[in-house]
Design a protein. Structure first.
Length: 126
């Protein structure tokens, strides 16, 4: 868990303790929804309203994901570029929540598989 950029020993412990058995979530999107980091979605026939994040679910996991998103070092290129790209269009706070969702995806795969393939260096194709 601590291999994820921005996640230290305290945040890793929070993720492991609060999420528990990760097999109860079918995918990383369900984990992000459980943590309350997905936008509210109300729909009726042809009218769709998207709102702020739901803030339903585990407050502690949502806090830890946002703290990890704030703590991402500039050396983690793709996360900081994602944050900068989204911040230009949507604003700094929405960009932080977007990076927190991406970090929760990495947490999901780290808990499920025991290692995070996205952080491994890419092998050169022979």
């Amino acid at each position: 868990m601590q291999a994820i950029p921005g996640v230290g020993p305290v945040l890793a412990a929070v993720f492991v303790a609060e999420i528990g058995e990760v097999d109860r979530f079918p995918g990383p999107a369900q984990l992000a929804s459980w943590a309350g980091l997905t936008p509210r979605h109300r729909e009726s026939d042809l009218v769709v309203h998207r709102g702020r994040i739901t803030k339903q679910g585990s407050t502690l996991v949502r806090w830890a994901a946002v703290e990890a998103a704030h703590g991402v070092p500039h050396a983690a290129g793709w996360l900081t570029s994602t944050r900068a790209r989204v911040a230009e269009r949507r604003g700094r706070n929405i960009a932080t929540v977007a990076v927190a969702r991406k970090l929760l995806t990495l947490v999901y795969y780290g808990l499920r598989d025991g290692h995070i393939r996205a952080l491994a260096p890419a092998r050169a194709a022979a």
